[in-house]
Write a protein that binds this ligand. Structure first.
Ligand SMILES: CC(C)(COP(=O)(O)OP(=O)(O)OC[C@H]1O[C@@H](n2cnc3c(N)ncnc32)[C@H](O)[C@@H]1OP(=O)(O)O)[C@@H](O)C(=O)NCCC(=O)NCCS
Length: 141
């Protein structure tokens, strides 16, 4: 596990710290963030939600002091492929670069593997150097 990454304030009055792992997280905290962001996930089933996190290869969280302000979750084989499956930032803190910071931190930790993700936030992904591809296929959820 990497030590926490602390970055300078993205807005006056605070620093954002990126932490790796489940420390400080609970299903309840994740639910609040997902509901507020919003990110449509099975928040009505805390057991299922927590299992999703426990079985993830990598969980990164963004903190402003004691407040959870962002989450990213990755599934990876550690060799060839990593998939960024969920990204959410607290609405009061959106638009201040925390999303980009989380994706950059994911890229940093998943170096050496192809990082795949699905989503429509093109501007964010382009900012951190990702390219859109046309040869990906999904089973609609
Ligand atoms: C998407 C999300 C994580 C971005 O977090 P953030 O901290 O606001 O992102 P940043 O401040 O780093 O913004 C990065 C860029 O992405 C753009 N962006 C942010 N949200 C966007 C959205 N929903 N659609 C399109 N572009 C978006 C911003 O305009 C910004 O581009 P700019 O610098 O050219 O203005 C956050 O808006 C969120 O939690 N949304 C709800 C959940 C969600 O949709 N998650 C993504 C699932 S793949």
């Amino acid at each position: 596990m990497k030590p926490p990454t602390t970055v300078r304030a993205l807005r006056p009055g605070g620093e954002i710290e990126i932490r790796e792992g489940l420390a400080g997280l609970t299903a309840g905290r994740i639910t609040v963030l997902y509901r507020r962001a919003p990110l449509l996930r099975p928040v009505s089933d805390p057991k299922k939600l927590w299992a999703m996190f426990e079985r993830s290869s990598l969980v990164l969280t963004a903190w402003r002091g004691r407040h959870l302000v962002g989450i990213a979750r990755v599934l990876s084989d550690g060799e060839l492929y990593s998939i960024l499956v969920d990204l959410a930032v607290e609405p009061d803190m959106q638009g201040h670069g925390i999303g980009k910071l989380l994706v950059r931190s994911v890229l940093d930790r998943c170096q050496g593997t192809d990082l795949l993700l699905r989503g429509s936030i093109g501007a964010l992904f382009a900012h951190v150097g990702l390219q859109s591809v046309t040869d990906a296929w999904v089973v609609p959820g």
